[in-house]
Ligand binder design. Structure first.
Ligand code: SF4
Length: 132
């Protein structure tokens, strides 16, 4: 008996005809978040204790302590979108210097640019996690 063929849907982003940010807009918005919202650190690391000046400064801005600030990453921010569809969209934007060593890409829906899971910024917001 012939086995039924299984159709696997390919996840694709927006059609090329649909608008998405350009590389220039991504660069401009990245710089705005660096300048105005403390996006960083510039060279992220998962090694505990690294980038202490940055995390202390962000903690102060967040009115929390350094330990808690270090837990608040783009990757658990409510504005971070790393869905497969969004990853496909972001592939339109060539890698740049801010992609190096910063982990995986995600799209920041607050500031419209490509952020990274090892960074953070002052506008970080807790994401709701649903428990069933
Ligand atoms: S708003 Fe959230 S996702 Fe956007 S850069 Fe800041 S921490 Fe990252």
């Amino acid at each position: 008996m012939e086995m039924p063929k299984i159709m696997v849907a390919g996840f694709r982003g927006l059609p090329e005809s649909e608008p998405f940010i350009t590389a220039a807009e991504n660069k401009k918005n990245t710089q705005t978040v660096i300048d105005d919202w403390m996006l960083g650190p510039e060279n992220p690391s998962s090694v505990p204790g690294t980038n202490k000046p940055y995390w202390m400064k962000l903690a102060k801005a967040m009115q929390t302590d350094e330990k808690e600030a270090r837990r608040r990453r783009c990757s658990n921010c409510e504005y971070y979108d790393n869905s497969t569809m969004m990853q496909a969209n972001m592939e339109r934007i060539p890698q740049n210097e801010w992609d190096t060593g910063a982990g995986y890409r995600g799209y920041c829906n607050k500031f419209d640019f490509i952020c990274h899971d090892m960074r953070s910024c002052q506008a970080w917001e807790e994401r709701d996690f649903c428990e069933d």
